[in-house]
Structure formats: structure tokens, C-alpha cells
Ligand binder design. Structure first.
Ligand code: NAD
Ligand code: TYD
Length: 345
């Protein structure tokens, strides 16, 4: 059974490729990835020489390249993860987000329609629902109300996926997951950024008052959820996936500071993200009831393991914290004035 995974060299994609090969003995995985700044072929270095795994470097929005790939293989399924994924970058420039997340999804849907597949899973995000007040949870029927260029591009892609099911009867499914953490996450997102700063003895930049809330899920639980939806989900349906683990950014930051053995002086409050969503929280009972899936990783255990993974892989982190990353970091954090300067430890 040949499965196309797009974005398999990124954080979730690389964990998913490994998870699928481990849990699905009949699977042969073709990984279509452009290897952008966020994609790292070495995330799957352990699969070198594995006859069940193949990396194809290509742009998901390149219609000719994608058709060529589909023509040459008989894919059973598509698990679509390739995306520009970082909200702050989408605020600086949304152009690649529209190209990859919207046009790329359209190109992939067209190829899947032309060549035929049994399942098409669109891996999406809870951010398409927008922001919650202090109470309530996102369900699959919550109206889409994206706030950032990133979430707007994912919502557009989700709508296209739904339209291809409705119009052409394509066997599509959509997952919408909350914030992931775990090994191989690019250190621009909160958890890996803060861990790598703390390990270097640097401060961590908390946006605004730090009281924004996110629901955290271990990447292994997300991968299990994607595979459960791929195996048993009903075509045309959306499945929310979440960790049932709401935290303010500040509470999470304090946990990371404790793991690092630092003090609260490691916090640098910086100007807030424009349009910053206040709270995300997921009701994942549909996936639990229909698919028998549930998040299993205890957050404090998963966070410690993640911290230890970054501490044990300094070369992986340092290989990223160079060139393009430095100029991004300078642009994102360099010019910000601290709203609250910290004392030295
Ligand atoms: P990531 O940024 O770590 O990886 C993205 C991957 O896509 C990289 O390997 C990159 O090289 C590849 N890519 C980018 N543009 C491409 C293009 N034009 N053609 C082919 N490949 C391209 O992202 P991630 O955090 O692993 O997220 C994966 C997916 O999961 C995304 O669709 C994202 O929206 C979704 N998601 C992420 C989270 C999260 O917390 N990270 C939560 C819910 C959903
Ligand atoms: P992030 O990891 O970028 O995920 P998302 O915006 O997709 O939820 O951010 C998680 C939360 O952490 C979000 O409320 C923004 C906040 N944040 C900071 O306070 N400082 C930072 O440097 C970053 C990257 C995020």
C-alpha cells in the first residue's frame, strides 16, 4: 500500500512517517517535501536505506511535478501536511502561505482526483476556528473564523477539501488538532524556542501578558489520531484532535524554567503578537467516540522528555540556529522593547 505524505521532513510529518512505518507493516511511504527552512531530511536519517521509505523533493504547489509523481505511482492514500506553519512568519509575509497552503492543497486535490485515491486526509489546525473567550470548547461545528494569515490559509484549504468531497465525491477527511510539542519541532514555536534559549542561558520572549491559553498535545498522540482518522474516519467528516491540556503561556513558561533549573528572571516580556488569539480549547469527543482514539501522553512526562530530547541533540538545534534563523530571530525579537525588563539571575 503506497501512501503519499506531504511535508514529511517537518516536525509532525517526520514523526508521522516513522509512526506509520512502525504501525502499518503494509505501508510504503513516499514523502513529498520541498525542504524549506522548516524541512530537514536528517529528521528521518534513521530511515536511510529503508526500502519502504522514499523522499521526493518537490513543491506541492508545482502542478507538473505533482502530476508526474502521481502518474508514476499508484497511491492508495494521501496524508497532507506540507504547509507554511508559523503564525508570526505569516504576519511578516503571507505570500508563501497562500501559495503552499492554499494553491498546494488545490494542486494535490486535483492530482488525487485525476489519478484516484482511497483516502485523502487534510491535516489542519484548531486555529481555523479563531479565538475562544474564557469558557467553551471548539467542536467540529464551530464556525470557521480564522484570525491570522496562517489560519486563514488553512481555513481556505479546509474549505477546498470539503468542496472536493461535496462536488466530486472525493473521499476526503479533515483533522483539526491543537498545539503540538515533542522532538524535531523547529525552534520558532513556543516550546522548542524557549527550551533552546533556556539551554543557552538566554531569556525567553513572552508575548503580551502571557495569559493566552493553548491546548497542548504530544506529537505522538497527534500522529495516532491522524492514523485513526485515515483508517476509520468517515469520508467528508472533520475530526478535532486535542490533548485536554489547557495552559496559559506563562504557566507553561514556568514549567520550562523549572526543568532548566533557571529563575523567573529568564522571562523577557515583549510586545504582543498582532491579532493574538486569546484562547484555544478542543472538544475531541467525536474522535474518541467514533475512532476509539484518545490522547495518552501525560503532559509533564512528555514535556520533560521533550526537554531532554533537545538537551541531547545540541547539534540538531545548532544546525538550525544559523543563517536564515538568525535573521528571522533578529527581525521577530531584536527590535522589540521589553515591556517589563527582567533582573539578572
Ligand atoms: P513544519 O513547519 O515543521 O513542517 C512543514 C513541512 O512542509 C516542512 O518539511 C517543509 O519543508 C514542508 N513544505 C513547506 N512548503 C512546502 C511546499 N511548498 N511543498 C512541499 N513541502 C513543503 O510544520 P508542522 O508543525 O510539522 O505542521 C505540519 C502540518 O500540521 C501543517 O499542515 C500544520 O498546519 C498542521 N498542524 C500543526 C500543528 C502544530 O502545532 N505544529 C497543529 C495542528 C496542525
Ligand atoms: P506558537 O508556538 O507560535 O503557536 P500558535 O501561535 O500557533 O498557537 O505560540 C504559542 C503561544 O505562545 C501563542 O499564544 C504565542 C506565544 N508565544 C510567545 O509568547 N512567545 C514566542 O516567542 C512565541 C513563538 C509564541
Amino acid at each position: 500500500m503506497r501512501i503519499l505524505i506531504t511535508g514529511g521532513c517537518g516536525f509532525i510529518g517526520s514523526n508521522l512517517v516513522r509512526y506509520l512505518l512502525h504501525h502499518e507493516p503494509a505501508a510504503h511511504v513516499v514523502n513529498l517535501d520541498l525542504l524549506t527552512y522548516a524541512g530537514n531530511a536528517s529528521n528521518l536519517a534513521d530511515l536511510a536505506g529503508d526500502s519502504r521509505y522514499e523522499l521526493v523533493r518537490a513543491d506541492v504547489a508545482d502542478r507538473d511535478a505533482v502530476r508526474e509523481l502521481f502518474r508514476g505511482r499508484k497511491f492508495d492514500s494521501v496524508l497532507h501536511l506540507a504547509a507554511e506553519s508559523h503564525v508570526d512568519r505569516s504576519i511578516h509575509d503571507s505570500t508563501p502561505f497562500i501559495r503552499t497552503n492554499v494553491v498546494g492543497t488545490q494542486v494535490l486535490l486535483d492530482a488525487a482526483k485525476e489519478f484516484g485515491i482511497r483516502r485523502f486526509v487534510q491535516v489542519s489546525t484548531d486555529e481555523v476556528y479563531g479565538s475562544l473567550g474564557p469558557s467553551g470548547l471548539f467542536t467540529e461545528t464551530t464556525p470557521l473564523c480564522p484570525s491570522s494569515p496562517y489560519s486563514a490559509s488553512k481555513a481556505a484549504a479546509d474549505l477546498l477539501v470539503g468542496a472536493y468531497h461535496h462536488t466530486f465525491g472525493m473521499p476526503t477527511l479533515i483533522t483539526r488538532c491543537s498545539n503540538n510539542y515533542g522532538p524535531y519541532q523547529f525552534p520558532e514555536k513556543l516550546i522548542p524556542l524557549f527550551i533552546s534559549n533556556l539551554l543557552r542561558g538566554e531569556q525567553v520572549p513572552v508575548y503580551g501578558d502571557g495569559l493566552n491559553v493553548r491546548d497542548w498535545i504530544h506529537v505522538e498522540d497527534h500522529c495516532a489520531g491522524i492514523v485513526a482518522v485515515w483508517r476509520s474516519g468517515r469520508p467528508g467528516e472533520v475530526y478535532n484532535l486535542g490533548g485536554r491540556c489547557e495552559k496559559t503561556n506563562l504557566a507553561l513558561t514556568h514549567e520550562l524554567i523549572a526543568l532548566a533549573g533557571r529563575t523567573f528572571a529568564a522571562i523577557r516580556y515583549v510586545a504582543d503578537r498582532p491579532g493574538h488569539d486569546r484562547r484555544y480549547a478542543i472538544d475531541c469527543s467525536k474522535a474518541e467516540q467514533e475512532l476509539g482514539w484518545t490522547p495518552k501522553v501525560d503532559f509533564s512526562v512528555g514535556l520533560r522528555e521533550t526537554f531532554d530530547w533537545y538537551r541531547a541533540h545540541p547539534a540538531w538545534v545548532e544546525s538550525i540556529r544559523n543563517g536564515e534563523y538568525r535573521s528571522y530571530y533578529e527581525r521577530q525579537y531584536g527590535g522589540k522593547t521589553a515591556a517589563n525588563t527582567s533582573v539578572s539571575e
